[in-house]
Design a protein around this ligand. Structure first.
Ligand code: NAP
Length: 424
């Protein structure tokens, strides 16, 4: 098995998570790529900032990564524009492919970086730069090339979505919701990039560029943030059945392109209206795909690291024999019996209209430790007793339903349907 050696520019929140997840996923990675992937060195400003890093891994000497012929791919997770841009140009000139999580760098200097990648015959991948764990870049760049995507609408900034969610749910003012976001670590001490829409503008510039195959620059994206938004307007909108969200949009209209970031009212049944808290979501519309919606965590060290690793493995897997030649199914796992699955359940019993029936149904459920959340009774052709349970073991619910069906008052087999909850 051939080993792939990589370098990290940065060993902070994302970089250290990349290192840890590469280790934890080592067996699966080796199976799909054909060999282990190991980190040779990680560039930092000061190793004293990262006391838990393994000895010998951290360096302040960029040349150690650039001049190591064994390092074939480098993940850039240090952020900033300079010296990052110069480092990437030098690494590509040295024949190394790059994976970057840096939206501002990509949005501002993408053209120069891609030209360098092409001329040096290396790859430049940047999934983690937009919406962290959501694989929207790969979907747009690789899966939907001929789908005729003509419109993108997204909630691409978790900080502002968290603030807006709190304004609606708790009636908090913008300032109070921002303070709460900072206390919980969802907002930086200086939240300017997020709340002014500048962060979302860089992300929609990247998405518009890859969707429409034309370079859309960040400074072309008109952006209005949520920093001037009044609680009154959020409340009035809610009364009218609308949610206020910070929406980043890009569209192609009759051969023209436009991208913007703006607080918008969304109808209550719009798919993006239900995106709560720090989550992100992107809705893609195109001729052949109609509507594709991707939703998930848009930030966080481990979440972002998964996207960085996905890109690293794509680079490694598309060179040489590549991972497509390897059998990714390499282990046997125990099968969990369906009876052990847990969720709330909907139950319907059709019974004779007799006194004491409800009590016997309740007892059958209690005997199996199934607790009842709601009961509704409908009269008609036989009485329908409809029960919503709390979370319970499927085997216990089915045993209780079976016990009820054997009682004399049951007119037909009970209906048992699991309830799929968002949190399950
Ligand atoms: N965190 C997230 O949730 C998230 C989500 C999406 C994208 N991103 C992007 O991922 C990148 C990294 O973010 P992060 O949160 O991991 O940042 P971070 O925790 O601040 O870590 C940055 C790392 O880069 C190193 N570094 C910074 N400037 C350097 C320089 N000039 N020379 C050498 N090393 C330098 C730092 O060195 P020291 O160790 O010495 O401080 C640190 O190890 C950024 O581009 C960010 O926008 C982050």
């Amino acid at each position: 098995m051939s080993e792939t050696r990589i370098g990290l520019l940065g060993y902070g929140t994302v970089g250290s998570a990349v290192h840890r997840l590469l280790g934890e996923g080592g067996e699966a990675i080796a199976r799909v790529t054909g060999g282990p992937v190991t980190v040779s060195a990680a560039l930092v400003r000061d190793p004293a900032h990262r006391p838990s890093a393994p000895a010998g891994l951290l360096t302040t000497d960029f040349a150690r990564l650039r001049d190591d012929p064994e390092i074939s791919v480098v993940a850039e997770v240090m952020g900033g524009i300079e010296p990052t841009r110069t480092h990437l140009l030098e690494l590509m000139a040295a024949g190394k492919s790059i994976v970057s999580a840096n939206k501002q760098l990509l949005a501002r200097h993408g053209e120069e970086l891609f030209t360098a990648a092409e001329s040096h015959g290396v790859q430049l991948r940047f999934e983690a730069s937009v919406c962290a764990a959501i694989p929207v870049v790969k979907v747009l760049r690789e899966s939907l090339i001929v789908s005729g995507v003509h419109r993108i609408d997204g909630i691409v900034n978790g900080t502002t979505n968290f603030i807006l969610t709190r304004m609606v749910a708790a009636g908090a003012s913008y300032q109070d919701a921002l303070r709460e976001a900072q206390a919980l670590g969802y907002a930086e001490a200086d939240p300017t990039e997020d709340v002014t829409g500048a962060d979302a503008a860089a992300k929609i510039a990247i998405l518009a560029s890859i969707a429409f195959h034309t370079r859309v620059r960040t400074d072309e994206v008109n952006h209005v943030g949520i920093d001037g938004l009044d609680l009154e307007d959020v409340t009035h909108a809610a009364e009218l059945g609308y949610q206020v969200k910070l929406i980043a949009s890009a569209m192609r209209v009759d051969g023209s392109v436009v991208a913007r970031v703006h607080p918008c009212l969304l109808d209550g049944d719009h798919p993006l209206a239900s995106v709560q808290g720090a989550f992100n979501a992107v809705m893609l519309r195109g001729r052949s795909i109609r509507e594709v919606i991707l939703e998930g965590p848009g930030a966080g060290g481990e979440e972002t690291a998964t996207a960085v690793i996905g890109d690293l493995l794509a680079v490694i897997g598309t060179s040489g024999t590549g991972f497509l030649q390897h059998d990714g199914y390499y282990r046997e796992l125990h099968r969990l019996p369906l009876e052990e699955l847990r969720s709330p359940f909907y139950l319907r019993f059709t019974v004779d209209d007799e006194p004491g029936v409800l009590a016997q149904v309740a007892k059958a459920l209690a005997d199996e430790s199934v607790s009842v959340a709601r009961v509704v009774q409908h009269d008609g052709e036989g009485v329908h007793i409809v029960i919503l349970t709390h979370t319970a073991r499927e085997g216990s619910v089915r045993a209780a339903a079976g016990a009820v069906s054997r009682l004399g008052f049951s007119r037909s087999a009970p209906v048992v349907l699991p309830v799929l909850e968002r949190s399950s």
